[in-house]
Design a protein around this ligand. Structure first.
Ligand code: OTU
Length: 650
């Protein structure tokens, strides 16, 4: 958009920036800057307009964008242009992701190159490497306490290894996803250390206070993220003689985005990794970016403005790069991370679908799909060119973050129901086969979350101990069903390393003093390559899980109806155990897939009454794609086997 004030400002900046920037071949840069400058300028003014250094900070921002553009290699610029033309590229059903720790999966970054055939065997073509940047070894929070944003942890490799991996992936038509930890740094980051040494400039990078006055006021309304291991949101720093805001662990200092210099630094970091070949950047803990007295300090409007700025800036320098919002927040809030009041996504193109993840686990515990149906109905509406990241498990705990209203509509009392889920997944509920651990218990609020590997939560650990084939079978079916739903719901499915071979809880972490208080590590084990080999051996559980998942991934990629174009209809059926939805190919509406899954351990009747008006089962039979089986109508219903997920076509 052209607007006089912004354009005059842009002209001023172009006059002032370093001369070498003017000389470079920057045609695309300037057209993109022109297109986004009105927005960048307006947002920057809204956040920082009353500061004396406003203009200087704007110049520094534009210089950062230009310098990173000049550095962007021709291959990546080419891919930017290609993605500009094919702008819906990431909504295609062809993408299937996996998150993994490069050290735990493959030793290091070079090792990961050698393990790509395993990923390709399964059908994975988007690799999220969990954080690899330099962190203090004993205070790393799994890579989320960064000491140096420009340096890869020497144990994993070098920046060159990342670039080389990026190129290898590109050749194989695979995408690279990297983390940018935008909300906080390690207390050993240079900025924190200089703040500790009393440099005012760097104290202004954080929320630093002389006494408890402000911290106490903040605490009145701020929840705690790790109430048991890191209570409170502030830490006394002896060296500085001041309090510093630490929402997560005491060694993770929250960055202060009220200071524009922090934003410019972070945009520089984002573009640095975009230039190293990342196709997608996962922005960690984005809900927390802006702190305000009297609020929960989550989901603040300014956090969204910051993300819009980050996106606008990234579009100028590296428009082909996408953002994932890691915002594990209430269903009513999460949709806003695609960007509010917009048509196209203008913050993050992709967001973790944490609501769907926890709803899936509700289905597993209750053995019905009542809350799941309710919750899906209320999933926030997405913008155009936005998509979900659908997952069953990740490296973190599972929060029971569904909407209380939905829980009530499903017929449960929210407090009691959450208690039940916690008891179920920690194996306390009579008859429960789950083997999870309680995480982040907060006696003040009664809240708790759940740790545990997918297979152990789904009952495989208990079943294997019993040596009884029936529960083993049920656990395998549960694992497969959950994956079939993330593959078919709409969005990018994100697998978690280890899950395709039924990896159980691992208690190794208890031996490591830096990890033993954080039971999320139960689900971050070293990938067992000899177990993975068993996928080739007929009849093993590894083979049974891996093969099913592989088959489903292959099928997904062939089904245009599984691309994400607002083409899912949830169908109401008269059986609480079933989740039923229809996916339609938007380019050929006769191509449809009816997805039916049965969360119950008994076969269930799918009554056809409500399905007939959609023209389903017209010929009284539909074919199931994964098994090839024919599902036929009897007495106006179809029988859906226990724990099955069917992809039915005419
Ligand atoms: C994210 O977590 C990461 O995924 C965690 O591994 C980190 O510990 C954390 O940030 C701090 O960097 O912030 O927006 O266990 O679900 O902390 C949500 C709780 C987050 C996580 C939550 C999450």
């Amino acid at each position: 958009m052209y607007e006089q004030a912004s354009h005059a400002m842009l002209n001023d900046i172009l006059r002032e920036i370093k001369p070498e920037i003017g000389d470079f071949r920057l045609r695309h840069f300037y057209t993109r800057l022109g297109a986004n400058f009105y927005s960048i300028h307006s947002l920057f003014r809204l956040l920082y307009g009353d500061r004396l250094d406003f203009k200087a900070q704007m110049v520094s921002l534009v210089e950062t964008l230009a310098l990173r553009y000049m550095e962007r290699v021709p291959d990546l610029r080419k891919s930017d242009l290609a993605r500009e033309r094919d702008y819906n590229w990431f909504l295609s059903q062809k993408w299937v992701g996996m998150a993994l720790y490069c050290d735990r999966f493959a030793g290091d970054l070079k090792g990961l190159r050698a393990k790509l055939p395993y990923l390709q065997d399964l059908g994975i073509n988007m690799v999220h490497i969990m954080p690899i940047l330099d962190c203090p070894p004993d205070h790393a929070d799994g890579g989320y306490a960064v000491r140096d944003y420009f340096k890869v942890d020497a144990r994993y490799g070098t920046t060159e290894d990342v670039e080389a991996l990026g190129m290898t992936l590109k050749k194989r038509d695979m995408l690279l996803v990297l983390d940018v930890v935008v909300n906080h740094t390690s207390n050993e980051h240079e900025w924190a250390q200089r703040a500790q040494r009393g440099e005012k400039k760097y104290q202004d990078y954080y929320y630093v206070f002389d006494d408890r006055d402000m911290p106490d006021t903040f605490e009145e309304t701020m929840p705690e993220v790790f109430p048991d291991t890191a209570p409170g949101n502030f830490t006394w720093d002896e060296a500085m003689g001041k309090w510093v805001m630490t929402v997560f662990n005491h060694y993770q200092w929250d960055l202060n985005y009220r200071n524009p210099a922090v934003l410019v630094e972070m945009i520089d970091i984002i573009l640095f990794w975009a230039n190293k070949g990342a196709d997608v950047l996962r922005l960690d803990a984005v809900a927390f970016l802006w702190k305000k007295i009297g609020s929960t300090c989550q989901n603040e409007r300014e956090a969204h403005l910051l993300l819009q700025l980050m996106k606008d800036c990234c579009q100028v320098t590296a428009p082909g790069v996408l953002f994932i919002a890691e915002a594990i927040v209430a269903p009513s809030e999460v949709g806003k991370y695609f960007g509010e009041d917009a048509i196209n996504a203008k913050e993050c193109e992709i967001a973790y679908n944490a609501t769907f993840m926890s709803l899936l686990w509700d289905g597993v515990a209750t053995k019905n799909a009542v809350l799941l149906n309710q919750g899906i109905r209320h999933l926030p509406v997405k913008l155009d060119r936005a998509t979900w990241l659908n997952y069953v498990r990740c490296h973190d705990d599972i929060g029971l973050g569904f909407d209380d209203k939905d829980v009530r509509l499903a017929g449960y009392d929210p407090v009691q129901h959450r208690h039940f889920l916690l008891d179920y997944f920690t194996g306390k509920f009579p008859g429960s086969v789950a083997r999870g651990l309680p995480f982040g218990e907060n006696p003040k609020t009664g809240d708790a979350r759940i740790s545990g590997s997918l297979a152990s939560l789904a009952g495989l650990e208990t079943a294997l101990a019993s040596k009884d084939p029936a529960p083993i079978d049920a656990a395998i079916k549960t694992i497969v069903m959950l994956h079939s739903l993330i593959l078919s719901l709409g969005g990018i499915p994100l697998f978690y390393y280890g899950d395709a071979i039924g990896t159980l809880n691992n208690l190794e972490y208890l031996k490591d003093p830096s990890k033993r208080d954080d039971n999320r590590w139960v689900n971050r084990s070293y990938f067992d390559w000899s177990k993975a080999e068993l996928r080739h051996q007929s009849g093993t559980l590894e083979q049974r899980i891996f093969n099913e998942l592989k088959k489903m991934i292959t099928l997904r990629k062939e089904l245009n109806a599984f691309a994400d174009f607002d083409n899912r209809q949830l169908l109401a059926v008269d059986n609480p155990h079933l989740l039923v939805f229809l996916r339609t190919d938007m380019h050929n509406v006769r191509d449809r897939v009816l997805v039916v899954s049965n969360f119950n351990t008994d076969a269930q009747r799918l009554p056809l009454g409500t399905l007939r008006p959609y023209g389903l089962f017209q010929k009284n039979a539909m074919r199931e794609l994964c098994s090839g089986a024919c599902y036929t109508v009897e007495n106006e219903a179809v029988m859906i086997p226990a724990l099955a997920c069917c992809w039915l076509i005419d």
